[in-house]
Design a protein around this ligand. Structure first.
Ligand SMILES: Cc1ncc(COP(=O)(O)O)c(C=O)c1O
Length: 232
């Protein structure tokens, strides 16, 4: 890694967007979308929905804005939303969270991940174990925090991590194990063995499991199992 100044440059470098000459490249999403535009190709690079979404959802949002719900919410999120999130976790997973103390609403998952990692990581001695390939924002935020990224490869054909490799990656330097399950971009769902091992390793090395489950409702077959339901 070249010596870079400024936290935004550190983030760009960590996301491998910084050339040897110091020039910053566009993200993979911007690059692929521009190529798709230029060539007329179908854009599989970014998850643009190909329709407008359900009319009643758009209408409900429009009505809410018109009826005055267009001001700052409380910093932790509107109570009605936090209660709905708690109900969701109870209904789908049997997880009981207190909407007053256990739930925060953010502007998307990326803000939640960034805030959490920046809060937990404390410089170059802290390591974050991630499953590769990963959502590009992970590397950028870990770089922003000045911490070290430790990737564990997900390999064809089932894209489960190798348990020995995973065990070797987690050490006393591991501050966070960053789990993305269901996983983008492979579509894999971690096996019960993998989830149990992650919990066991986190306990043994006093690491925090941070989990990104944005695709929880896009699974086929068995319902999603949040790692928070695993004993330990
Ligand atoms: C694994 C993963 N997490 C989070 C996001 C983005 O979430 P949000 O748009 O809510 O910030 C993406 C988008 O590609 C993703 O792949």
């Amino acid at each position: 890694m070249t010596h870079v100044h400024g936290s935004w440059l550190r983030a760009a470098d960590a996301a491998r967007l910084l050339g040897a000459d110091g020039a910053v490249a566009p993200t993979i999403f911007a690059e692929m979308s521009a190529l798709a535009d230029a060539t007329g190709a179908i854009n599989l690079g970014q998850g643009f929905p190909d329709d407008e979404g359900p009319a009643e959802v758009l209408e409900t949002a429009r009505e809410a804005i018109l009826s005055g719900q267009n001001q700052y919410p409380p910093g932790r999120g509107a109570p009605v939303l936090r209660e709905a999130i708690a109900e969701h976790q109870e209904r789908f997973y049997g997880l009981s969270w207190d909407p007053e103390t256990d739930i925060i609403a953010t502007a998307g998952a990326t803000e939640a991940i960034a805030a959490t990692l920046l809060a937990l990581l404390d410089g170059p001695d802290d390591e974050v174990v991630v499953f590769e390939p990963f959502y590009d924002a992970y590397a950028a935020v870990i770089g922003l925090a000045g911490a070290r990224i430790v990737p564990v490869r997900l390999r064809w054909p089932d894209f489960q991590p190798d348990l020995d490799e995973l065990s070797a990656a987690v050490t006393d330097r591991t501050r966070v194990i960053l789990v993305n399950d269901p996983h983008n971009p492979t579509g894999t769902v971690f096996s019960p063995d993998v989830r149990a091992r992650i919990v066991e390793l986190a306990e043994r090395h006093d690491a925090v499991i941070v989990t990104d489950e944005v695709y929880e409702h896009l699974v086929f077959g068995d319902p999603h199992v949040p790692i928070a339901t695993v004993p330990g």
